[in-house]
Design a protein around this ligand. Structure first.
Ligand code: SER
Length: 316
């Protein structure tokens, strides 16, 4: 029986992942933790504790006391916020990962680690359409540099110490439970809230900025499928490319407008435009499909219907 620790359970991925893991492994076996309080369903749906991943002593005590066998380490400073405090963001993103990898190396009970990477590992010198798994990687953001270095550390701990660490380069993640914070792809979530609340949205990216996106239910299924895959089938020890669907602010606007005819948009690009322009427009995820059967249920249309329905309920 697995006993699972989720670090960053109050965040955009964590709040959906904890629910998914509790359904599979039993609520009592999934320990949700964060440095800030989580939503009611996370706190009341199973064990929840305030825990700081930067405090390696507290972390190792927690892991030993609860006989943790799998760690999902999701806490990070996202791309936009990291540009405002580069050194602190580097410190948080790298130190936290190294704390987790060191503990996984030392504590025998810990069998697997999941850590999210991102399309931010790519940069302006990468070919931006159907970006392959193995290619030129020269990220220009602190977040991207920390994710690329993190991937190298994961590969290193696997090869050198046998730590079974698995990772995905997530595209932009669209979800309705918890909003992201400080990311470049966040417009794709904000636009739904503003469409429903105000019928108007000022977008911080220009209308034709194409980025790959993934709806959260597909991201959660992919994450759990990767963690449950036979290790022998995995050929990537750093992080798997994941594609989802490619979308621009204009296409997403038009899709929402088909449901909310009065919805208006203005484009007012800020510093995040340069970040988006350095990231892929679409991703080749054939290796994830081959190695562990990655697949998606949602495209732009289906995702939009579900986002409008679920966010609409919050204002009923
Ligand atoms: N969605 C993240 C961001 O925009 C990238 O992984 O920062």
């Amino acid at each position: 029986m697995d006993r699972i620790l989720v670090i960053g359970a109050a965040g955009q991925i964590g709040s959906d992942l904890v629910t998914g893991l509790r359904k599979i492994h039993g609520a009592a076996n999934v320990y949700a933790t964060d440095i800030k309080p989580a939503s009611i369903d996370i706190v009341e749906g199973g064990p929840f504790q305030i825990l700081d991943v930067m405090d390696d002593k507290q972390l190792i005590h927690f892991i030993i006391r609860h006989k943790i066998t799998q760690i999902y380490h999701l806490a990070a400073v996202l791309s936009g916020n990291a540009e405002k405090l580069p050194v602190q963001a580097w410190d948080i993103n790298m130190r936290s990962l190294l704390n987790v990898l060191e503990i996984a190396k030392m504590v025998d009970d810990v069998k697997k680690v999941f850590w999210p990477s991102s399309i931010a590992v790519f940069g302006p010198t990468t070919s931006r359409v159907h970006t392959p798994q193995l290619t030129v990687m020269e990220p220009i953001t602190v977040y991207g540099i920390s994710k690329l270095a993190g991937e190298r550390w994961c590969d290193y701990y696997f090869n050198k110490f046998g730590v079974d660490v698995r990772s995905i380069r997530y595209p932009g993640l669209i979800s309705y439970k918890t909003e992201a914070g400080g990311g470049t792809t966040d417009y794709s979530v904000e636009i739904f809230y503003e469409a429903i609340r105000n019928q108007s949205y000022e977008c911080f990216l220009s209308e034709n900025t194409a980025l790959p996106m993934l709806f959260m239910p597909d991201a959660i299924r992919a994450t759990i499928d990767l963690m449950e895959a036979d290790r022998e089938k995995l050929t990537i020890n750093s992080a798997y490319n994941l594609g989802g669907f490619s979308v621009t602010p204009k296409k997403l606007y038009q899709e929402i407008q088909a449901h909310i005819p009065d919805f208006k948009i203005q484009y007012n690009p800020d510093f995040r435009q340069a970040i988006a322009d350095s990231w892929p427009q679409s991703i080749d995820d054939s290796i994830a499909k081959r190695d562990w059967g990655c697949r998606y249920d949602y495209d732009l249309k289906k995702m939009t219907v579900e986002m409008l329905r679920e966010i609409g309920k919050k204002w009923d």
